[in-house]
Design a protein around this ligand. Structure first.
Ligand SMILES: Nc1nc2c(ncn2[C@@H]2O[C@H](COP(=O)(O)OP(=O)(O)OP(=O)(O)O)[C@@H](O)[C@H]2O)c(=O)[nH]1
Length: 183
C-alpha cells in the first residue's frame, strides 16, 4: 500500500471491526472481507419511511447472520455491514447472501413499484428523478496480510471494492491488495 487513507476514506468506523482486523494483520492470519452496502437506500427511506428502512437493515442483518453464521459479522453502521471470512468459502457465501436478499426484498415494495422497477424520489440536490429499486452490493477483498499493517489500509481497499461493486450489474466485485490504485 503506497497511500494511507484519510479519515473520510475510512469506511470501517466500528471499533470492534477495526480490532478484529488489526488482530488478524498482527498475526499474519489470512482473511477475506465482504463489505455489504444497500444501493438507493435514501430514496427508499424517503418513499417508505425510516421505520421501513430500519426493517430492511434488519433483513440484511438476519440474512448475514443466517448465511454467514460461522464467520464474523459486523455492523459498520446504517446500511453497511462487513463479514470477515477466515476460510475459503467467501465467494459462495456472498453470492448466497445477494440471492437471498433479491428473493426476500420484493416483499418490501408496493406492487406498482415492483412493476415499474423503481419510483420517483428526490435526489440529494432536491431534484425529483426516477430511482431503481433498493439493491444490495458486495465488495469482497483479500488483503495481503504481510503487506498491510493496520485496519486503515484494509479500509482503503474495502472502500474501493464497495465503490466498484455499485458500478457492476452483478453487484459483486473481488479485489486483491495489489489492485488498489486510488489515493
Ligand atoms: N432507516 C434508516 N436509515 C438510515 C440509517 N442510517 C442511515 N440511514 C439512511 O441511509 C441513507 C444514506 O445511505 P447511503 O448508502 O449513503 O445512501 P444511498 O441512497 O444508498 O446511496 P448509494 O449507496 O450511493 O446508492 C440516508 O438516507 C440515511 O438517512 C438507519 O439506521 N435507518
Amino acid at each position: 500500500m503506497r497511500n494511507t487513507p484519510t479519515r473520510s476514506q475510512c469506511c470501517l468506523s466500528n471499533v470492534v471491526i477495526q480490532q478484529r482486523i488489526n488482530h488478524l494483520l498482527s498475526y499474519n492470519i489470512p482473511f477475506s472481507m465482504a463489505y455489504f452496502d444497500l444501493d438507493y437506500f435514501k430514496p427508499f427511506n424517503d418513499i417508505y419511511g425510516y421505520a421501513a428502512g430500519d426493517n430492511v437493515i434488519k433483513l440484511v442483518a438476519d440474512i448475514l447472520s443466517e448465511i454467514c453464521r460461522e464467520h464474523f459479522v459486523g455492523h459498520v453502521g446504517g446500511d453497511d455491514f462487513v463479514v470477515i471470512f477466515q476460510s475459503g468459502d467467501c465467494k459462495e457465501h456472498c453470492l448466497n447472501v445477494l440471492e437471498c436478499f433479491n428473493q426476500r426484498i420484493s416483499h418490501y415494495f408496493q406492487p406498482e413499484h415492483l412493476i415499474q422497477r423503481g419510483y420517483m424520489a428526490k435526489d440529494r440536490e432536491g431534484n425529483e428523478r426516477r430511482f431503481p429499486l433498493l439493491d444490495l452490493s458486495c465488495g469482497v477483498i483479500s488483503p495481503d496480510v504481510e503487506l498491510m499493517d493496520t485496519h486503515h489500509e484494509v479500509s482503503l481497499l474495502a472502500s474501493e471494492a464497495k465503490k466498484q461493486s455499485k458500478q457492476v450489474s452483478s453487484g459483486i466485485v473481488y479485489l486483491q491488495t495489489t489492485e488498489v490504485r486510488t489515493a
